[in-house]
Design a protein around this ligand. Structure first.
Ligand SMILES: [Ca+2]
Ligand SMILES: [Ca+2]
Length: 211
């Protein structure tokens, strides 16, 4: 009988500790519009180009809109690295280009007890978010494959250089040859941990503190 009781107490303790009695805060996701064709869904590490409007739930007031503020420009956001709010990381997974979502974000996954700027403490936030474009994040598997020209699962200095040039050209920047070499050396200094002259897939995807 005593043993039985102990088991019951232990079970209760474990349940409490694992948080089963206190529900984890969750984002409420409503899909407002979904495109007919979806080639790709967002996942952690992806870059997302979004337009959004943010409202306070309690009075419906608008606190930010990329249409009205930000010169009407959409913003880039990296999914899953806590770049914005926890609620965005949770609520924007598996999204297609052209999809519109409404997120209701509890304070714990928003600006919490402190609030921020126009957002009072303990605010539930509502966001309407339109996804316009998805790109490979800098640390994604796709980016690595794109850079690894000879498919040997490691990046040589030349491969990194070719990639950088392409990226600069894409963004219309002209960078001279010697500056590329400096950049490449700098990247290898940080990323090539075992100093074998190559950035391995592991070295590439490893999350550094500064990220
Ligand atoms: Ca390679
Ligand atoms: Ca290496």
């Amino acid at each position: 009988m005593r043993l039985f009781l102990w088991n019951a107490v232990l079970t209760l303790l474990v349940t409490c500790l694992s948080g089963a009695l206190i529900p984890e805060p969750e984002v409420k996701i409503e899909v407002l519009q979904k495109p007919f064709i979806c080639h790709r869904k967002t996942k952690g590490g992806d870059l997302m180009l979004v337009h959004y409007e943010g409202y306070l739930e309690k009075d419906g007031s608008l606190f930010h809109s990329t249409h009205k503020h930000n010169n009407g420009q959409p913003v880039w956001f990296t999914l899953g690295i806590l770049e914005a709010l926890k609620g965005w990381d949770q609520g924007l997974k598996g999204m297609c280009v052209g999809e519109k979502r409404k997120l209701t974000i509890p304070p714990a996954l928003g600006y919490g007890k402190e609030g921020k700027g126009k957002i009072p403490p303990e605010s539930t936030l509502i966001f309407n978010i339109d996804l316009l474009e998805i790109r490979n994040g800098p640390r994604s598997h796709e980016s690595f494959q794109e850079m690894d020209l000879n498919d040997d699962w490691k990046l040589s200095k030349n491969e990194v250089k070719v990639y950088l040039k392409k990226e600069f050209e894409k963004h219309g920047a002209v960078v001279n040859e010697s500056h590329h070499d400096v950049l490449v050396e700098d990247i290898f200094d940080k990323e090539d941990e075992d100093k074998d002259g190559f950035i391995s897939a592991r070295e590439f995807t490893y999350k550094h503190d500064e990220l």
